[in-house]
Design a protein around this ligand. Structure first.
Ligand code: COA
Length: 299
């Protein structure tokens, strides 16, 4: 899990007000600069998986003015991440819940970031560059960036009584509601249902949060109006509530998604490289076919 001390220094020197996803993309690309040229693809994959929590936590600790926490080899992947983020050994339930959330996010067929990674990997770029590119694609609000925005929306709504008016305003403007809709699912995303189960387990031990009631009311309202269009909660809808309960700050939700998805990205990278061909899609030109050429001196 250890990464070079000079890389930790570089990460700690990044602007603390910047977004953690940008920091993560920079950190993964920089980690690739330390790559041993003789390492095998398997070794690169293991190194990336192991280093991801270290990179995320290194930036987080720096921006809150806290000392870097070294990884603990006694802890599992999820528990070590929480330890490095918070500087405290996590409760067993917290580590278990994060572990399940990581599994639920680990892979999901040809989503945008996985595709981005496969396109870059197919150029025979190395694993670090491939993962840095996938992180870039995951940043956008239509993809991984949605989980952070869901929590912002729930906080902006504030209370169960305000859900109806908030949603009516969104509907009137034809704005999208973050955490709903999916290119593949026209039903409630099964991962959302599984994450809701985690929310309940956490609440039994750590107490509830009013945001969950707002979320359930919003699900009712969106389903009532948009269910017929196949718009239901996706994986991002309840995940933020879980992460918040684990003490993870809102703008670190997408990096946690990246932490999980690194497993899937790397598996796709390996599969791509096992029978690689460069992606080079064709284009269909829909512009004007013939245009008059006006000589420069006549323009
Ligand atoms: N809120 C409100 N309406 C939504 C919606 C949402 N979250 N998602 C889709 N719709 C509506 C669109 O307005 C569109 O309506 P129209 O046919 O009347 O114009 C219709 O459903 C199809 O939407 P479209 O954006 O074309 O579907 P898509 O398959 O391209 O989009 C997403 C899939 C995920 C990009 C889209 O659902 C979305 O933007 N969701 C919010 C962001 C999010 O949660 N992303 C995480 C995905 S896991």
């Amino acid at each position: 899990r250890r990464v070079p001390a000079s890389l930790i220094e570089t990460i700690r020197g990044l602007p603390g007000k910047g977004h953690p996803m940008d920091a993560l993309q920079v950190s993964v690309a920089a980690l690739g600069m330390y790559r041993n040229p003789n390492s095998t693809p398997e070794q690169d994959c293991i190194h990336l998986l192991a280093a991801m929590p270290v990179l995320i936590a290194a930036f987080h600790r720096a921006r809150i003015g806290a000392a870097h926490v070294e990884p603990d080899p006694e802890l599992g992947h999820a528990a070590n991440f929480l330890w490095m983020m918070n500087g405290e050994k996590p409760a067993e339930l917290a580590a278990q819940v994060l572990d399940v959330a990581l599994v639920l996010h680990a892979d999901h067929t040809m989503n945008a970031s996985t595709f981005a990674g496969r396109v870059v990997g197919a150029t025979e770029a190395d694993a670090y560059t491939t993962i840095a590119s996938a992180i870039g694609a995951l940043t956008g609000p239509l993809h991984g960036g949605a989980n952070e925005r869901v929590l912002n929306s729930l906080e902006a709504i504030g209370s169960v009584d305000d859900v109806e008016a908030w949603f009516a305003a969104k509907l009137a403007k034809r704005d999208k509601v973050m955490g709903f809709g999916h290119r593949v699912y026209s039903v409630k995303d099964p991962r959302a249902t599984a994450i809701q189960g985690l929310v309940r387990r956490l609440f039994e031990e750590l107490g509830s949060t009013p945001l969950y009631d707002v979320a359930k009311r919003l699900e009712e309202e969106v389903t009532k109006h948009l269910g017929a269009k196949g718009i239901y909660p996706n994986v991002d809808f309840f995940s933020g509530i879980v992460y918040q309960k684990l003490g993870i700050p809102t703008d670190q939700f997408t990096p946690v998604f990246a932490l999980a998805r690194t497993a899937g990205w790397l598996a796709h990278w390996r599969e791509q490289m096992s029978d690689n061909r460069l992606f080079r899609p064709g284009q269909i030109y829909t512009g004007k076919r013939e245009r008059e050429m006006i000589a420069i001196e006549d323009r």
